[in-house]
Design a protein around this ligand. Structure first.
Ligand code: FES
Length: 102
């Protein structure tokens, strides 16, 4: 189990091993955008992971390919729908106001 802190609200949510960041964020913010419903094709769930990156699954090719098409991507970028909580450490994630979907 890990604790996921969501910025900028500062809410902290409990997450189990295998939970997607998207599912955790939606528990805290039901309005969080996820247009393709987790298929790594829209990019609207783009977030920055500020802490606990090693507590998430590695970036797979499909996620990496989508991130390459988005504006504002940096070293901390993840697609919340593709990042799975490993339960090994706590995670801090920032919801982005400029998230760019198609
Ligand atoms: S919900 Fe569309 S890429 Fe994550």
């Amino acid at each position: 189990m890990s604790m996921v802190t969501i910025l900028p609200s500062g809410k902290t949510i409990e997450a189990g091993e295998g939970d997607s960041l998207l599912s955790v964020i939606l528990r805290a913010d039901g309005g969080f955008s996820h247009k393709c419903e987790g298929k790594a094709s829209c990019g609207t769930c783009h977030v920055f992971v500020h802490g606990g990156r090693k507590g998430l699954s590695r970036i797979a090719r499909e996620e990496n390919d989508k991130l390459d098409t988005l504006i504002g991507v940096g070293a901390k970028s993840r697609l919340a729908c593709q990042a799975l909580v490993l339960g090994t450490e706590d995670v801090t994630v920032e919801l982005l106001s400029f998230a760019s979907g198609i």
